[in-house]
Design a binder for this molecule. Structure first.
Ligand code: LLP
Length: 463
């Protein structure tokens, strides 16, 4: 295992310490509050419950596999992020982590803004009544259609990702008779994942305009010349599943440095900076993420200090957490099917879902926790690998986990912290039907995204 960050993407799981998961936990029935959403607990019979509803009842009513989302937890996390900056910053939830109309409604009610990165996400946001001025539009290759729709809707900002896009957005805004607020996304030469960050030469990626070689300064020059664009600020996003604030520190310092250069060259102080998302969550008990208020304090302190040094007024900060809001709110519930014991090695526990509902383990070597949810057990620990039902040996949900040795077909397993990038990256591989998302609030469960059906499959297949 490498302890250095992977330059190509959010491979956070390959930077975990060596020797991870070699010993069983003290209590196999425990549900660590760090990885489970707030209203999850076991009832008197030992059945795991969400908002007071036993998972056995949830499985009966909604089937498995299914994602169960703790709405109170989601809303509490929105409020925690909103309040963390004391109203002095704007929080844009990153819709790519998980987006549905119900989610948009909650964000709206809790005072959050929304970052979208495609026409589909924009349509969902608008359909659910998110005011356009609270939407930011991202993407490294926005189509003309996407830009037109964003400008026409009146989104609060479009984040410009390239030199070509400066021209494209300016032309479209001009044609539509609009003045579009924009930010410029810069790549600051920092790549951060989990506990590591690299502060050299990570301009080698598709996103943004490099700060290096004066490219970002040139982008600012061009945008300021265009009447149909209003340059609101500079945007930077440095990675995913980040615990270490050092990467944000370097990034904020470099962005503020650019603001100072812009002031010196153009006599303009840009009013906004966006420091992106990427804040880490606990997937296992080993992960120890920081609370939103600590993160907010740290980011505000860095920006305030750097601005004071540069003699700049402190710009309005925005952040774009996706995973840190929705990730911990959800667990996936599966039913155990086949068990295959390899004596002295491990037991393969097959569940009724897999890489079609959680591709993150196969794609990033992501680590997850898992618990027997339909009952408690006093059996000893069994080293297990929880696998799916797809035709591929890399179809792994949880690579190494200890489950009770009396695990049997029909038991329910729950995998926590699957709220981010699981449903949103789900597929129909092997013509699997994507599972529903069921939100639980005040002891009531409702489907917010229904299970796909075979009719859905056949409707797309036009023969
Ligand atoms: N802002 C921008 C510009 C982004 O590109 C992203 C994520 C976010 C915010 C939100 O990042 P978050 O706070 O959710 O980490 N599929 C991967 C993650 C890809 C993240 C892409 N960009 C995964 O499953 O880990």
């Amino acid at each position: 295992m490498s302890r250095s960050a992977h330059p190509a993407g959010p491979r956070h799981a390959d930077v975990l310490p060596e020797g991870h998961y070699t010993a069983p936990p003290a209590d196999l029935n425990a549900l660590d509050p760090r990885v489970w959403s707030r209203t999850v607990t076991r009832d008197a019979d030992g059945v795991a419950t969400l908002g007071g509803i036993p998972v056995t009842r949830l499985a009966e009513e909604f089937g498995t596999p299914a994602y169960f989302l703790d709405e109170d937890d989601f809303r509490a996390r929105c409020r925690a992020w909103h309040d963390a900056f004391g109203g002095e910053a704007d929080v844009f939830y990153a819709g790519k982590a998980f987006l549905s109309r119900a989610v948009v409604g909650w964000l709206h009610e809790e005072g959050l803004n929304l970052d979208v990165c495609s026409a589909g996400e924009l349509t969902t946001a608008l359909a659910a009544g998110m005011p356009a001025e609270r939407i930011a539009m991202h993407g490294n290759n926005k189509t003309t259609d996407e830009i037109e729709r964003a400008v026409t809707a009146g989104v609060g900002r479009i984040v410009l990702d390239s030199f070509q896009e400066i021209v494209r957005v300016a032309h479209i805004a001009e044609r539509l008779g609009r003045r579009q607020r924009v930010q410029i996304r810069v790549t600051v030469g920092v790549e951060a994942h989990t506990h590591e960050f690299i502060a050299t030469a990570h301009e080698d990626q598709k996103f943004g305009i490099a700060l290096a070689d004066g490219q970002a300064a040139e982008a600012v020059r061009r945008v300021l010349k265009l009447d149909s664009l209003e340059l609101a600020g500079i945007h930077s996003h440095i990675g995913s599943q980040i615990f270490d604030m050092a990467g944000f520190e370097v990034s904020a310092r470099r962005v503020v440095q650019l603001l100072a250069e812009v002031r010196d060259e153009h006599g303009v102080e840009l009013p906004e900076i966006d420091l992106g998302g990427g804040l880490g969550i606990a997937y296992t008990s080993e992960d120890d993420p920081r609370e939103p208020h600590e993160i907010a304090k740290s980011l505000s302190d860095i920006v305030t200090r750097e601005c004071a040094a540069a003699g700049l007024a402190v710009p309005r900060i925005s952040v774009e957490p996706g995973r840190a809001i929705v990730g911990p709110t959800t667990f996936t519930l599966y039913e155990v099917g086949t068990l295959k014991e390899l004596p002295g090695l491990r037991t393969y526990v097959s569940v009724d879902g897999g890489m079609s509902d959680n591709i993150r383990t196969a794609l990033y070597d992501a680590e997850y926790s898992v618990a027997l949810a339909s009952r408690v057990s006093s059996a000893g620990p069994m080293l297990s690998r929880v696998v799916g039902k797809h035709c591929e040996s890399g179809d792994i949900v949880v690579k190494d986990a200890f489950l009770p040795a009396d695990l049997a077909p029909g038991d329910l397993l729950a995998v926590p912290a699957t709220g981010a990038y699981c449903r949103s990256m789900a597929s129909n591989y092997n013509h699997a039907l994507r599972p529903p998302v069921v939100a639980v609030k005040d002891g009531k469960a409702r489907v917010i995204m229904r299970r796909e059906t075979e009719e859905d499959l056949l409707r797309l297949d036009v023969g």
